[in-house]
Every structure is written in structure tokens, then in C-alpha cells.
Design a protein around this ligand. Structure first.
Ligand code: UD1
Length: 427
């Protein structure tokens, strides 16, 4: 497995461009299943999760054509998705197990074929990640679901619009129910829906295809079923988590960086938390310019919660920043029960952190020291890279495949900014 070798202590300087959001692209790709017309998607990123999603789409019969001269999928390129000849309504275990987001396809395969068979999903190991809310929601659209030998079998011949009250504003469940409802007769209402920007992006995409979705971005989403969808051309939003990661990289290392594709409204709570950190930030449109000397006070309390709260997907990165701040920080993880797996690795680098249940208490230290550490999940893995960038000496981050799920060649962006980071390939 690939690893990163980082020689820490360099300040960062230069510009980066944020690529499309993984968490927007994945459900949008699932949404393509609902249309029999060609769809042109711009800026398809090459994160491994997206590559795996494209593999699943192809296994169902979709034709994916990169819009480049050599027909290959580059760093980020436009793709033409043609689902006109889709013939398969089953996702086998081998494919579903590599990507949790394969569960979004349940809703769209059902919408298209009125039946679906999907193996239980895989994904990051950050807690139990049940799918009861997805199942409950689909049942409210009159879908019959049975669950045998790890395969969910759904029968949707009597599907009709319904009312779904989510017990928790789950992102995936909201997206799945929206996808299932678009081509389903009648009106579907989702109450206590998730409000993340990626939900709004999915609704905008589906509406561009001809769906009738209103209320996305609020707690109440209404979907009026339509009989068919058109094709369209669409550009998914930039990745707010990558944007936040690079901003934190600039703060942890110090320097002068410009981040293009930083949408301030999508990262409002992060910006709010960082406003007392010792740095100068200027935002003009979707460009953020940061000047920082690398010294900062700890943020006293950070608590993750669904959007517009502090994103759980930035918890590990902001925790890494606190390890070398002045003072103490309390970080509470409310979404996933085992999302502190990066903590023992950061402790190996000299961080002072204690964890009890869902709370981490970080006492800032003056210095971190290079060590050999293991990425155990996507965001936790990237927090180790951030720590390595500021640590004295060499840090080895093992199991980089976790990071590759949601960052494309992270080392290239960071090297361009002046970091000393190299990927050692395991051939
Ligand atoms: C999505 C994001 C992920 C992010 C998370 C929370 C994608 C591809 N992934 O994941 O990066 O960390 O939102 O912002 O968009 N839950 C249930 N039952 C369910 C579904 C969820 O109990 O049926 C619980 C989960 O265990 C978790 C919480 O709800 O505690 C949030 O999960 P959810 O919002 O569904 O996250 P995902 O859609 O899996």
C-alpha cells in the first residue's frame, strides 16, 4: 500500500484550486440512472470513491465517455454519462462493499426499474453506519423490502409518493428518498431532511433534468413525481471539505496561500470558528486568501452536528490544528461513535489528547515530532498528513488508500504549495 513521507516544518505559499465535491458527485452519478438521455457532467474528479461509483454504473450497463482527446479520465475531466441502455438492477457484494455510497443507488435503481437488489454497503470504518432510515423512508413510498444474506431486495411495483419523517437528518437517507421519489407518482414529503449543500446540489441537478423538487436546503423537501427526465449539462459544487482541509493546512504550517473554489457560505461555521485564530483571511467571491504565521490559540470548543453545524468531516483536521495551538480545546463528535481513530496516531507524534466517549480534550503543545503513523479512515488519514506537515523531522503516513478515496493526489497540491511530501508507491 502507498505511503506518504513528509519532511515537516515548511511554510506554505501559492495557489490551489478545489476540485468537485465527492459527496455531491456520488449521489449525482446515482441520479444519472433516472434519465434515459445523455448527461454531460463537468469536472469529474478522480477520487477513488468516484472511480468505484463509475465502475458500479458501468456494471449496470451505463456508458461513460470521458470528454478528452485520448478518451481517458484525467485529474478532473468532463464525462458523458449515458444510461439509456441500463439493463441490470442488482449491485453485487464485490462492488457494493468497496463504496458505501452504492446505497444511494437503491433509490435511483428503484426509481428506474421499480425493483432493486443491492448488497449492504462498505465505506469508512467510523462507526456502525446503519441504514434503517433509508429503509424506513423507502417503505413509506410503498416499497417492499426484504433483507436476506446481506442483500436488500426491493419491490417497487406499487410505489407511490408518501410522507417521510426522518428521526435524524441523515444525508444519505435524504438523498436516497429524493432519488426514489423523482419518478414515483404522487407527492413525496421529507420532513427533518438533511440541509447540506450537497443535498441542494443534488436537487438542482435533478431539477435541471426535469424533476420537481422544492425545499432542498431546508428541513422540508417536497418532490412531485414526474414520468420521465431529460438530459442536461451540469457542474457539481467544489468540495467544501477539501477547501477546509487546505485552509487548515495553511494555518497549521503558516504562510501565504490562495484557495480558489472556496465557497464561504458552505464553510461558514468553520470560518466563524477560525475568526479568532491569529491570521489574516480575505474572501473575494469564491477565492480565499490566507496569511498566517503558524501560531494560534486553541479554539475552546468544537462540536460536530449536521449542517449548518460544524462538519464531522472536518473534525479530524481541526483537531490536528488544535494539537499545536496555545491552550486547551474540547472537541465533541456527535455524528459517528468511533471517529477518533486518528487520536492515538497523533499522540505518537507528541500531541497531548485524551478521549472519553465522544469527547476529545486537546492540550496544545509547542511541537509535534515525525513518526510512522497509520491512516485508519479518510478524514482521520488527512489529519495525520496535516500533523506531518508541521512536525519536526520525517513522518510516514501509511495506508494512503484511505485518503485517496476523497483527495486526488493530495501530495501534488501540497507540494505545489511548498510542502515536502512524497508518495512511496507499493508496486
Ligand atoms: C454523509 C457523507 C459523509 C459525512 C456524513 C455526515 C456522503 C457520501 N457521505 O454520510 O462524508 O460524514 O454524511 O455529514 O455524502 N444514521 C442512522 N441510520 C441511517 C442513516 C444514518 O442511524 O439509516 C446515522 C449514522 O449512523 C450517523 C448519522 O446518522 O450517526 C449521520 O449519518 P448520515 O448523515 O446518513 O451520513 P452518510 O450519508 O452516511
Amino acid at each position: 500500500m502507498d505511503k506518504f513521507i513528509i519532511n515537516g516544518g515548511k511554510s506554505l505559499c501559492g495557489e490551489v484550486e478545489i476540485t468537485s465535491a465527492k459527496n455531491a458527485y456520488l449521489p449525482i452519478l446515482a441520479g444519472c440512472i433516472l434519465s434515459k438521455k445523455p448527461i454531460l457532467l463537468h469536472k469529474c474528479p478522480k477520487y477513488n470513491d468516484v472511480i468505484n461509483m463509475l465502475k458500479i454504473l458501468k456494471s449496470l450497463g451505463a456508458k461513460i465517455t470521458p470528454q478528452t482527446n485520448d478518451g481517458k479520465l484525467h485529474n478532473s475531466c468532463d464525462i458523458l454519462v449515458d444510461c439509456s441502455q441500463l439493463s441490470v438492477h442488482t449491485i453485487p457484494h464485490e462492488l457494493a462493499s468497496v463504496l458505501r455510497s452504492s446505497i444511494f443507488m437503491l433509490g435511483s435503481i428503484l426509481g428506474r426499474f421499480k425493483k432493486a437488489r443491492v448488497a449492504y454497503p462498505g465505506g469508512c470504518e467510523i462507526g456502525a453506519r446503519p441504514i434503517d432510515l433509508h429503509i424506513k423512508g423507502l417503505k413509506n413510498l410503498n416499497v417492499e423490502i426484504s433483507d436476506k444474506h446481506g442483500i436488500l431486495s426491493c419491490e417497487g411495483k406499487n410505489m407511490k409518493g408518501g410522507v417521510v419523517n426522518l428521526d435524524f437528518p441523515s444525508v444519505g437517507a435524504t438523498e436516497n428518498i429524493m432519488l426514489a421519489a423523482v419518478l414515483t407518482k404522487g407527492t413525496t414529503k421529507i420532513f427533518n431532511a438533511a440541509k447540506e449543500p450537497e443535498i441542494v446540489d443534488l436537487a438542482n441537478f435533478l431539477n435541471t433534468l426535469g424533476a420537481k423538487i422544492s425545499g432542498a436546503g431546508t428541513s422540508d423537501i417536497i418532490i412531485e413525481g414526474v414520468s420521465e427526465l431529460n438530459g442536461c449539462e451540469y457542474t457539481p459544487i467544489p468540495d467544501r471539505i477539501i477547501a477546509g482541509t487546505y485552509l487548515i493546512a495553511g494555518l497549521i504550517c503558516g504562510g501565504d496561500i490562495t484557495i480558489r473554489g472556496f465557497i464561504p457560505q458552505h464553510n461558514q461555521v468553520l470560518l466563524e470558528k477560525l475568526k479568532d485564530v491569529n491570521s489574516k483571511m480575505e474572501i473575494c467571491g469564491d477565492t480565499l486568501h490566507l496569511v498566517s504565521n503558524g501560531y494560534h490559540n486553541c479554539i475552546s470548543k468544537i462540536e460536530t452536528s449536521p449542517y449548518p453545524g460544524f462538519p464531522t468531516d472536518l473534525q479530524a483536521q481541526i483537531l490536528a490544528l488544535q494539537t499545536i495551538g496555545k491552550g486547551t480545546s474540547i472537541i465533541i463528535e456527535n455524528l459517528f461513535e468511533t471517529r477518533f481513530k486518528h487520536v492515538p496516531e497523533l499522540v505518537k507524534m507528541g500531541a497531548q489528547i485524551t478521549v472519553k466517549d465522544r469527547t476529545a480534550i486537546v492540550n496544545g503543545v509547542e511541537k509535534l515530532y515525525g513518526a510512522s503513523v497509520n491512516a485508519t479512515d479518510l478524514r482521520g488519514g488527512v489529519s495525520l498528513v496535516l500533523a506531518g506537515l508541521v512536525a519536526e523531522g520525517y513522518t510516514t503516513v501509511n495506508n494512503v488508500f484511505h485518503i485517496d478515496r476523497g483527495y486526488y493526489q493530495l501530495e501534488n497540491d501540497l507540494s505545489k504549495l511548498g510542502a515536502d511530501i512524497k508518495r512511496i508507491k507499493n508496486n
